[in-house]
Design a protein around this ligand. Structure first.
Ligand SMILES: [Zn+2]
Length: 330
């Protein structure tokens, strides 16, 4: 969905329109079979005193239930009964295939280092052996998506897709076993950075967020953040997902009991601080401070995420430039 609003006689696109999704494939039907393994034995009933709880803020709890509990495509009407956590249980290796740029390689390495820190004691490392890697990221043309994913079940305009294969049964329920990621190599680098980070967070078990400053924001009417690093809230979600108390296959009800909203403050869903603006006259892209001020500082350097407030702006955005649909094509 892409909305638009008029600014003077020009158009401002109000939605980045990033279409990247996670397609979840289970080895066996997830329904029912994993119920017996859903919950830690200590949760619920007379064993309530033995629940290992995690203290979070109300915002963190709500975000986690939104982003880390997967309902599956067929059970939306009964989400609370079958929705469950999906995550890795062992150390994760990532390999790149296709035609990644040097910047793509850097982005994967930086995300790998960050995830390794957030998912400790599990480690996440980059390997040069795709045949044995847990996650393989393919930087390819869109016409390669379907053959690599083995399915056409994703939006035809998807810029990237992450397809986790998730185990089932009492032993492996909710455990991510391998992931195929595809990223459109014809996206501009700036856009590819964002799509790559987004898909890697799908690959470790996070779903979409309705928070516009989240890297996992997928659709809605707000202007999403155009930056390409996980937000503080996103990082908190990853670290919560890999707490030992949160087991693969844990149901919504189980997680609801584990996360106790007792912290007065925590990671917040903040407003996006930046907006992508494209100068209509020379097609040059800028990152501009998001505010209600008519004149706002901007930087044309899209290779670094800007710091707020911006020192030495390249120009001052007066609201008259075209803000094209993101992601940019080259
Ligand atoms: Zn997505």
């Amino acid at each position: 969905m892409t909305g638009s609003r008029a600014v003077g006689n020009r158009t401002v696109m109000t939605n980045l329109g990033t279409r990247s999704i996670a397609v979840v494939v289970t080895f066996v039907a997830l329904l029912g079979a994993c119920r017996s393994n859903d919950q830690p034995a200590s949760v619920g009933g007379n064993n309530r005193a033995h629940i290992s709880t995690v203290n979070v803020s109300e915002t963190e709890r709500a975000s986690f239930l939104e982003m880390a509990i997967h309902g599956g495509p067929d059970d939306a009407s009964n989400r609370s009964a079958t929705a469950a956590v999906q995550r890795w249980k062992h150390n994760v290796t990532i390999a790149l295939k296709g035609e990644p740029t040097g910047e793509d390689l850097l982005r994967v390495h930086l995300n790998t280092a960050l995830l390794s820190k957030l998912m400790a004691p599990l480690t996440v490392t980059v390997t040069d052996k795709p045949s044995t890697a847990d996650i393989v990221v393919h930087f390819v043309d869109r016409n390669r998506f379907a053959p690599l994913l083995g399915t056409h079940k994703y939006p035809p305009d998807a810029d990237g897709v992450a397809q986790p294969r998730v185990g089932d049964g009492t032993k492996h329920g909710g455990e991510i076993r391998s992931v195929t990621v595809v990223v459109d190599r014809n996206l501009g680098q700036f856009a590819r950075n964002r799509v790559t980070t987004h898909e890697l967070l799908h690959a470790i078990g996070l779903d979409h967020s309705t928070c516009a400053s989240s890297i996992m924001y997928a659709d809605g009417t707000d202007d999403p953040s155009p930056l390409w690093s996980p937000s503080l809230l996103d990082r908190r979600m990853v670290s919560l997902l890999y707490r030992s108390e949160i087991r693969p296959g844990a149901t919504l009800a189980a997680v609801d009991k584990i996360l106790v909203p007792s912290l007065p403050v925590g990671a917040q869903c903040t407003e996006p601080l930046w907006q992508l603006v494209i100068d209509n006259t020379d097609n040059k892209s800028y990152l501009c401070e998001a505010s209600s001020q008519q004149y706002r500082p901007c930087t044309g350097n899209l290779t670094l995420e800007p710091q707020y407030p911006l020192i030495d702006p390249d120009l001052w955005f007066d609201g008259t430039y075209v803000y094209y649909e993101f992601p940019l094509r080259r």
